[in-house]
Design a protein. Structure first.
Lengths: 289, 158
């Protein structure tokens, strides 16, 4: 008997789902709209990343990511002697871990919210904020290293790729020495002369005996890199700002009064995981492939 | 939520962190391997041509594995961390279905990109012709062809 009533109610619920009063997706308006905002944001990011792919396919050469992103703070890459003083992708891997960990602490904050545990929410949100700030700090270092030290900007890109094999006729005083050989597809960084402020394009002899000079890489790489990672970094930054505001709200006891299991923290969680999700693809497209 | 006890959920979240970390690490190792940083040089293997793109076979396989792992990470973040698994089916479909449009966007734009690459020579000849015709029309002959080494057309100085 009780079962029949239950089934009847369920059928009624389905029939009346367009008549208002009950949310058909069983979520609040705010949470649903957060999902749709994230969907639209996903399309924005997808547009940028697809543009990157299209321009990469349209270029005869493209900078090699593990050559471009082979530095770590404090010059620690010099200790990686087995990779010739480079630390390919290690720093961005660390950045990825930071974002993953901050995503996990956010899940914990949401869980504590469901239990109405105010102290727990504040604790885990605080750790999430630290993770976000850590990521932003790493990105700031990465950018300043690329712009200040390696002189890549939105309009110039000193990271090139050889299209044929050969031998260097001079060294650059960094990692390339006179007589070093290279093959087609090897990447290089053209260093800037400290006195003349001009790029020192090394001379090399091709396998057919021709003497040529290194060429700058495709400009679009710098513009796409700074624009897309900048757009992601801006999302992280806004996320940190919102996290701080909501954490303060939690501390004042605002969400206790709402008695909805800290739903605002949950909505913030969705946004924060989305930032991590976008990083999965930025990491894939810019660094791994 | 509400499908597991608190302790179970806590453990699940921790396991999720380990999983994402390990998958990321595997991706990086594959990427370094494909670039020849782990002692074996992929350049020694042959090339294949698919849809007009020439790929090194090993690098192609490595890239596909990395893409698959990234998609798995995305799935895990959406379904576990963002709780899509526990939402109403309708909600999940309205969010996930539109993203399938991106599959075509990727195919179309990458194809377009490689087409630009193939037609660069043609574009160069065309640009030279246009500049020649413009010169002839205005009655001036430029001292230099306004084409630089990179084959990119430059705006003519007024």
């Amino acid at each position: 008997m009780a079962n029949d009533t239950l089934i009847k109610e369920e059928v009624e619920l389905q029939d009346n789902s367009w008549e208002g009063g009950k949310p058909p997706f069983k979520v609040s308006y705010g949470k649903l709209m957060m999902w749709y905002f994230l969907l639209s944001d996903a399309f924005t990011f997808a547009g940028f990343l697809i543009a990157y792919g299209a321009i990469r396919f349209s270029s005869a050469t493209w900078p090699i990511p593990d050559v471009v992103f082979s530095t770590v703070p404090f010059g620690l890459e010099e200790y990686f002697t087995f990779w010739g003083g480079h630390a390919p992708l290690l720093f961005v891997t660390f950045m990825s871990f930071l974002l993953i960990i901050s995503s996990v602490t956010m899940v914990r904050a949401v869980q504590e919210g469901h239990r109405e545990n105010k102290r727990g929410v504040v604790y885990w949100m605080f750790l999430t904020i630290l993770g976000g700030l850590g990521f932003l700090g790493c990105q700031a270092w990465e950018w300043s290293n690329l712009i200040g030290k390696e002189h890549m900007t939105v309009t110039q890109n000193p990271f090139g790729t050889h299209t044929e094999g050969g031998t260097y006729l001079e060294g650059d005083g960094h990692h390339i020495h006179k007589g070093d050989t290279f093959r087609a597809g090897d990447g290089y960084l053209i260093h800037m002369d400290k006195k003349t402020h001009e790029f020192h394009k090394l001379a090399y002899k091709t396998e057919s005996g021709e003497v040529k000079h290194q060429e700058m890489g495709p400009k679009a790489f710098g513009a796409l890199f700074f624009f897309i990672t900048g757009f992601h970094g801006f999302h992280v930054f806004s996320g940190v700002v919102f996290l701080i505001i909501i954490m303060i709200n939690v501390m004042t006891g605002l969400y206790v009064k709402r008695k909805n299991g800290y739903e605002m923290v949950e909505k913030m969680g969705l946004y924060w995981h989305f930032v991590d999700l976008v990083w999965v693809f930025v990491f894939l497209v810019f660094y791994l492939l | 939520m509400g499908h597991h006890s608190y302790e179970e959920s806590k453990k699940k979240v921790f396991m999720g962190m380990i999983l994402l970390g390990v998958v990321t690490l595997i991706e990086v190792i594959f990427s370094l391997f494909g670039k020849g940083h782990l002692g074996w040089d992929p350049h020694s293997s042959g090339n294949v041509t698919i849809f007009g793109f020439s790929f090194n076979i090993i690098i192609l396989i490595v890239a596909l594995i990395i893409i698959a792992l990234s998609l798995y990470k995305a799935y895990f973040i959406i379904f576990e961390f963002m709780h899509m698994k526990y939402e109403a089916k309708g909600l999940a479909w309205t969010v996930l279905l539109p993203t399938t449009l991106l599959i075509w966007a990727v195919i179309a734009f990458f194809q377009e990109g490689s087409e630009w690459n193939n037609s660069r020579e043609q574009i160069k000849t065309y640009d030279e012709r246009v500049i020649d015709e413009a010169d002839a029309f205005s009655g001036e002959r430029g001292e230099t062809k306004l084409i630089n080494e990179n084959m990119m057309p430059k705006d003519k100085d007024e």
